[in-house]
Design a protein around this ligand. Structure first.
Ligand code: AMP
Length: 505
């Protein structure tokens, strides 16, 4: 039997008349509409010469059609390659040159510049799609007859390539197989108890694993519905929450919603599940959310390369500041980053994972792939963490954010947690900045309440005695906001650049 993800999704849906997507402007796509359009997209691609395994690169605004195009590409046996809409032409040149897609779909506004570039890089066709579901892709698909037979695929064939955000070095294409995506979505459906009665409020981008795979595949595999907004808008979310049963978001969504007085217990009375991931959810946000809504946000941990690895439990205790337990079928261990030696429970080290969720490798980078897997198949995530005595996984930060000062390791999270607990502090980021004596100097960047009297000296005084001397920041800076990417991750690389040269000899 074919293990094409599309075929598996399609075979699950019991009621084709049921709504799959309702867009923010009220357009409805039933499951039958969705499959009909996906198969016409597949037919169009096949007609354009797309062979199984060929890449189809897509850089478009979020729309129902864009999501259905993902299904169409997969049905055609091709490899879906979504690109962040923030990428510039220079960045696109790298991705297109690296992935060599047969077809590129872009926003109408960039076609003029992108089409010649794509042609120069050997792309056969450049089509357009806008956020309203119009463009040359849609004009072409109208002429394609219905009913394409999905191309048979085996579990290990590629379904998608997602480029990592690449904050250090070149962005890498993570190769995800049909089975990676199917098995992880199926696990999440069971773990999070998704059913056809669910209505997911979808406000995440669909060029990233969170909105594209976690949210959308879980809905598809459970035959549920989603309200599909083109972007996160707090007022719109507050208006629509009463119609939803679940929402998935990045921590910033929850922080923003908490700023509105309209967020009440009554507003979310139909919700059964709030999920957070892609960046750490502050324990304070978790507590404030519970106090305001009565819901404990379920935090989970995953990454582009691995889909989802761990999750707080649906029924058991959701512990703030942790990412819960390894998902069924996923093995998680903590190892010494240098030697790979397995560490005892409670020790901090590199998080390594193995399971059907873990990607096949980096596109055309066999050496990079080999370097990031252990001999026994565990993937070295690059995240540092520990497993506590109850089995909950804690993340203490990215390995590359670890600060080494005077030969000592400082985990930024430990210092941030102390600073965040001070009255008046909203959040903080602790980074290592080159230092002539210490190698790196611990440096804190703090966001405080407006009008709060906290200053550098007060922060340093409060930390004194709470942390070992070598962990104390050498300098503390106050800013209005921390730089974040679209997935809500604090961009420590930008902060490191900003404060470079601070401790000159
Ligand atoms: P991405 O590949 O863009 O999804 O980024 C994956 C990275 O996001 C992981 O390696 C973690 O560093 C971070 N991440 C994802 N979920 C969480 C979480 N719940 N808490 C802390 N960090 C997270």
């Amino acid at each position: 039997m074919s293990e094409n993800l599309y075929t598996l999704i399609r075979s699950r849906v019991a009621d084709p008349a049921k709504t799959f997507i309702e867009t923010g402007d009220g357009r409805i796509f039933s499951y039958a509409d969705t499959f009909a359009l996906a198969e016409r997209f597949a037919g169009l691609l096949a007609g354009l010469g797309v062979q199984p395994g060929d890449r189809v690169a897509v850089q478009v605004d979020k729309s129902a059609e864009a999501l259905i195009l993902y299904l169409g590409v997969v049905a055609a046996g091709a490899v879906y390659l979504p690109l962040n809409i923030g990428y510039t032409l220079t960045e696109l040149e790298y991705f297109i040159g690296d992935a060599e897609p047969r077809v590129v779909v872009c926003r109408p506004a960039v076609e003029k510049d992108l089409a010649p570039l794509a042609a120069r890089l050997g792309v056969a066709h450049c089509l357009t799609l806008d956020g309203m579901g119009d463009g040359s892709l849609m004009d072409r698909v109208e002429t394609v007859p219905a009913g394409f037979t999905p191309v048979p695929r085996v579990a290990d064939d590629l379904a998608a390539i997602l480029y990592t955000s690449g904050t250090t070095g070149r962005s890498k294409g993570a190769m995800l197989t049909h089975h990676n995506l199917f098995s992880n979505a199926e696990t999440l459906v069971r773990y999070w108890r998704f059913s056809k009665d669910d209505v997911l409020l979808h406000t995440l981008p669909i060029f990233h694993t969170h909105g594209l795979f976690v949210a959308s595949n879980v809905v598809l595999l459970s035959g549920a519905s989603m309200i599909f907004l083109s972007k996160f808008d707090a007022d719109e979310v507050l208006r629509l929450l009463p119609r939803a049963t679940c929402m998935m978001g990045v921590p910033t969504f929850y922080v923003r919603l908490l700023q509105s007085a309209a967020l009440t217990r009554d507003l979310v009375r139909h919700i059964r599940l709030f999920v957070s991931g892609s960046a750490p959810l502050l324990a304070d946000t978790h507590k404030e959310w519970e106090a305001r809504t009565g819901h404990r946000i379920l935090e989970r941990y995953g990454m582009t390369e691995t889909n989802m690895n761990t999750s707080n439990p649906y029924d058991g205790e959701r512990v703030a500041g942790t990412v819960g337990f390894p998902l069924p079928g996923v093995s998680v261990r903590i190892a010494d980053p240098e030697t790979g030696r397995h560490l005892a429970q409670g020790e901090i080290g590199m998080i390594e994972v193995k399971g059907p969720n873990v990607f096949k490798g980096y596109w055309r980078m066999p050496e990079k792939t080999a370097a990031e897997f252990r001999a026994d198949g565990f993937f070295i995530t690059g995240d540092l963490g520990k497993i506590d005595e109850r089995g909950y996984v804690h993340i203490v930060g990215r390995g590359k954010d670890l600060i080494i000062t005077g030969g000592y390791n400082v985990y930024p999270k430990e210092v941030e947690t102390e600073i965040d607990a001070m009255p008046g502090v909203i959040e903080s980021a602790v980074i290592g900045v080159d230092h002539p004596d210490f190698g790196e100097g611990v440096t804190a960047v703090v966001v405080a309440d407006k009008g709060c009297k906290l200053d550098e000296a007060a922060v340093l005084k409060a930390l004194d005695g709470r942390l070992a001397k070598f962990k104390l920041p050498k300098r503390v800076f106050f800013v209005d906001d921390l730089p974040r990417n679209t997935m809500g991750k604090v961009q420590k690389n930008l902060l490191r650049d900003q404060y470079k040269g601070l401790y000159k000899a």
